[in-house]
Design a binder for this molecule. Structure first.
Ligand SMILES: Cc1cc2nc3c(=O)[nH]c(=O)nc-3n(C[C@H](O)[C@H](O)[C@H](O)COP(=O)(O)OP(=O)(O)OC[C@H]3O[C@@H](n4cnc5c(N)ncnc54)[C@H](O)[C@@H]3O)c2cc1C
Length: 409
């Protein structure tokens, strides 16, 4: 008698879910579900704002990758997760049963229930959203009338977005920028020196910073701050953080006091043994930053732990990788942050680009020639837009003795 393989369902297939799918062996009965046909390199979406990256360069065909890994891809969205009966319902009306599920649904833009955010701001979390902002900027700049762009959120994604806007528009005197951050510094949680360096770099570029300020409401042409300040805005970019998708709360994978799905260090849900939650959606006992490299490593461990759980073996704990973080500020600066040490130099942008190129090349299905055009397209764009300007800044480096060594801030 043959034993049927157990059914593993992966909900969400970007960094964490896609890694889990790639790591699960072909012998498993794996179904992967995601509403979007593309994997997206989210850490690069800010570069669409300046034209350094194209949507095509930041995407990979999800179905190709999953099929190549030997699994089934369903392009649909899970609307209901029945933890007790071990099955999901999709927007398309399918019911998919599972023995074990890996939940990798990431986060959604957080509007903090602030009036006007949903209708009058532009969210900034995906390739499509970044492209929509880029197109809006393109249309606005043709009016040649004075205008201000407000970026709400001075964390990594807001800072990276501002950097790319400055790369493209800082030579346009009629365009100014404002950044609002509720924390007391730019890039809260990171060494304060980054805040000082960003402000220094922006002195000559018509940027105003409003830290320690929260947004009270947004109207079509104005951002109203709780302090009473008003910031005229032709375009308001909302990069103010993320919240858990409602699906997790409805499935009771999130329960008070948590705001994300609480898991054990093994990534197994605290409320259901058959569910593993990974990536941004997970709240570990020892919190980890919501970053792609953590999501990738969680996805890999979840694939192993699901197999161990199905085989009634002991589960392994997640130990977060200690990797430095690279944050770009357009062509003005790149920071490498390792704990409390910060290196700041434009040429570090090449390292971030290398991480992206490597990940995309490794993740695209390795079907010989099929993968080559995409890789060449990404490399050609990277060479023209980042490597050559990078070499130029090495030249600048030599010419300015005070900048010769990487600066330890
Ligand atoms: C602008 C920006 C810049 C960033 N920069 C960096 C950086 O420089 N370095 C870094 O390490 N990290 C960066 N991050 C963070 C990084 O992108 C996240 O940590 C990472 O994407 C988390 O991976 P994930 O797989 O958990 O979730 P996601 O990548 O968000 O993927 C979630 C997936 O789940 C799918 N999904 C959602 N709901 C459902 C549903 N109901 N049914 C089925 N599928 C569903 C979605 O379609 C999506 O494909 C950045 C993020 C943003 C937004």
């Amino acid at each position: 008698m043959t034993v049927k393989p157990k059914k593993v369902l992966i909900i969400g297939a970007n960094f964490a879910g896609l890694t889990a799918a790639i790591k699960l062996p072909k012998t498993c009965d794996v179904t992967v579900i995601d509403p979007s046909p593309h994997f997206e390199w989210t850490p690069g979406i800010h570069e669409i704002l300046s034209g350094v990256k194209t949507p095509q360069g930041l995407r990979l065909n999800r179905s190709d990758i999953i099929t190549h890994a030997g699994h089934r891809f369903v392009q649909d969205s899970v609307t209901h997760l029945d933890v007790r009966r071990r099955r999901v319902t999709t927007a398309g009306g399918d019911i998919l049963p599972f023995d074990a599920a890996i939940v990798a649904v990431g986060g959604i833009s957080n509007n903090y229930h602030i009036p006007g955010v949903d209708s009058h701001t532009w969210p900034f979390r995906s390739v499509a959203e970044s492209l929509a902002i880029e197109k809006r900027m393109e249309a606005l700049q043709h009016t040649h009338s004075p205008m201000q762009v407000v970026v709400v959120g001075g964390g990594i994604s807001g800072v990276e977005a501002l950097g790319e806007l400055l790369r493209r528009y800082r030579h346009r005197p009629e365009i100014s920028f404002a950044m609002v951050e509720s924390g007391n510094q730019l890039m809260p949680g990171f060494p304060k020196m980054i805040d000082a360096d960003l402000r220094r770099l922006c002195v000559e570029h018509r940027v105003s910073f409003h830290t320690g300020e929260s947004v009270a409401r947004v109207t079509p042409k104005m951002v109203w701050l709780a302090s009473g300040k008003r910031l005229p805005s032709a375009l308001t970019i909302w990069a103010a953080g993320q919240a858990a998708p409602p699906l997790l709360r409805e499935a009771k994978l999130i329960r008070p006091p948590h705001t994300w799905a609480a898991v054990h260090q093994t990534l197994q849900s605290r409320y259901s043994t058959s569910i593993f939650v990974v990536g941004d959606a997970a709240a570990l006992p020892k919190p980890v930053s919501k970053q792609a490299f953590n999501a990738i490593d969680m996805g890999a461990l979840a694939a192993q732990n699901v197999l161990r759980w199905l085989a009634d073996e002991d589960l392994k704990d997640f130990s977060p990788p200690s990797k430095p973080l690279l944050v770009t500020f357009g062509d003005l600066q790149t920071y490498l942050v390792a704990g409390k040490t910060v290196l700041a130099n434009k040429t570090l942008a090449g390292a971030k680009e290398g991480v992206y190129q490597l990940f995309m090349a490794q993740t695209a299905p390795q079907d010989g020639l099929q993968a080559v055009p995409g890789a060449l397209r990404r490399l050609r764009k990277s060479w023209k837009e980042l490597v050559v300007p990078g070499l130029q800044s090495i030249k600048d480096f030599r010419a300015a003795p005070e900048c010769r060594t990487l600066k330890r801030l």
